[in-house]
Design a protein around this ligand. Sequence first.
Ligand code: UD1
Length: 346
Amino acid sequence: MNKQILVTGGTGYIGSHTTVGLIEKGFDPVIVDNLSNSKIEVLDGIEEITGIRPHFEKFDLRDKVDIDEFFKKYPNIEAIVHFAASKAVGESVEKPLLYYRNNLVSLINLLEAMTAFKIPFMVFSSSCTVYGQPDKLPVTEAAPFKKAFSPYGNTKKISEEIIQDTIDTNPFIKAISLRYFNPVGAHSSAIIGELPLGIPDNLIPFITQTAIGIRDYLRVFGDDYNTADGSCIRDYIHVVDLAKAHVVAIKRLLEKEYKSNYEIFNLGAGRGVSVFEAIRSFEKASGQKLNYRVVDRRPGDIEQVWADTSYANEELGWKAELSLYDAMLSAWNWEKNYRQKGKETE
Ligand code: UD1
């Protein structure tokens, strides 16, 4: 029987790509999502790509009663990949308590359920935001936590601490936190991808929406940073590579290959890319000129960050394989495909 894995937030951007990756490696994923920031049609996309429709349960992980019901219904779950969380930085500044409640209560409920229902393994969705502006680049997993720029960032930091403290006193639980840099791109089929609701905060969806004509122009937030071309530098990692890392991490836990009960890995491409470089890469991949204007810096943006991925490369045996060009091309194909489908159903 295929091993059953709970994927919380499995209809979301990274969750849907990881669900595809799990199915392709012979796992039997069960998605839990409250659909607060994703659409049920994502299940059709996953089925179209893999030929398998994952199990799906709609409920909110803040509800302990629903969680108990769920694990009674699915007694064969062996591990959890926990994505479900709110992730809009700006919104988190406006509504900090919503973010603390959503992100922390869900995690606490799941950790409690792991003990109650004898599920030892969790892969947790963390972020490079825990490093703030690192003192040394590229940043390694050993770099200290910095003060978070937003309540969202703080929830990732606190979540990692909650997991660490839980494992310190409860060695039954084993976990791997994956610190993502900037996930971008879409599945090569253009059937699933990033689907921001409303005006996108993140760079790549803003670029593709501008190119397709939904936005007038991209605002480049600052060209006076202390970088080669003056724009901010990030480490853009293709979402399909990211998804693969989750499958590797799940296998590592199930096959007991971990070196300690709690492990942490950076997931990035290991290369710093400026905003202008990202724009050029998009223009090359799409064959289109992008309309953009340089505006003031965005408050809270850090100047530059990219990952030292050697620990993940050596220890997980995982390496980002797809290029920035691949990411831009797939993001563009996804945007076009999605808008086309929208028109067909209007
Ligand atoms: C942001 C969050 C980070 C979170 C991640 C989730 C902040 C400060 N950080 O990362 O905590 O984990 O999203 O996806 O919000 N840019 C533009 N114009 C735009 C949008 C972005 O120039 O319209 C630039 C930004 O200044 C930045 C780069 O593009 O240099 C990437 O921005 P974005 O995609 O928002 O990601 P981060 O800010 O790195």
